[in-house]
Design a protein around this ligand. Structure first.
Ligand code: SAM
Length: 211
């Protein structure tokens, strides 16, 4: 997404919704919400469709969307403001650093949706399901707190199953074609999911760290 001229001012006008310096909030994220409720985080939130729909569907939870690209999170911010929902906050930062701005056990669940595949093996460390990221997620997720990952990219999915397994995560479910699933698994669709599901299956895994 190209740089949006309106984005800088818009973000500056909505500091109640979007955090640019998350570290001081470590262990204190509930102070950003009207109600103290379980906290769910999405890394790579894109333009915010999933997090807004999740917040609408689950008023009894608080949500944080993390996005590294400024112009992209500015688009998410517009959606969040328009929704008038009070149970969403956005953070403009690199999700790899989650352990520097969440305290141990502060997060009840984590969503990774259509993460960038980084297909070259020399870039594997940048994948959101690489061991570097998993180690940081382990620091901040509550015991039994799940990682829910979905993608249309088979290569990234295979890599992620291996990576989660090697890290010792316990699998709660694996879907090789989520949209054909007959169980009643919740599937609030992301922007990429709507764009790419016509071209092939959507893969999903839900797993948690051993307790
Ligand atoms: N989740 C959205 C969806 O499904 O429609 C967007 C998917 S898009 C392919 C991946 C997004 O993840 C991009 O907006 C990208 O900037 C963001 N991203 C990639 N690496 C990230 C990181 N380390 N921390 C935060 N966001 C990241």
């Amino acid at each position: 997404m190209r740089n949006k001229p309106w984005a800088k001012d818009y973000v500056a006008e909505h500091t109640e919704r979007l955090v640019e310096e998350p570290e001081p909030l470590k262990g204190k994220w509930q102070s950003r919400f009207p109600k103290d409720q379980p906290l769910y985080v999405e890394i790579g939130t894109g333009k915010g469709q999933f997090i807004v729909e999740m917040a609408k569907a689950h008023p009894d939870r608080n949500f944080i969307g993390i996005e590294i690209q400024f112009s992209v999170i500015a688009a998410a911010l517009k959606k969040v403001v328009a929704s008038e929902l009070t149970n969403i906050q956005l953070v403009h930062t690199d999700g790899e650093a989650v352990n520097t701005f969440f305290a141990a056990g502060e997060i009840a669940g984590l969503y990774l949706n259509f993460s960038d595949p980084w297909p070259k093996s020399r870039h594997a460390k940048r994948r959101l399901t690489s061991p570097v990221f998993l180690a940081h997620y382990a620091d901040v997720l509550q015991p039994e707190g799940a990682i829910q990952f979905k993608t249309d990219n088979r290569g990234l999915f295979e890599y992620s199953l291996g990576s989660l397994n090697n890290f010792g995560l316990v699998f709660d479910g694996v879907w090789l074609d989520l949209h054909a699933a007959t169980d009643d698994v919740e599937d609030i669709q992301t922007e990429y999911e709507q764009k790419f599901s016509a071209k092939g299956p959507i893969y999903q895994v839900i797993a948690h760290f051993p307790t």
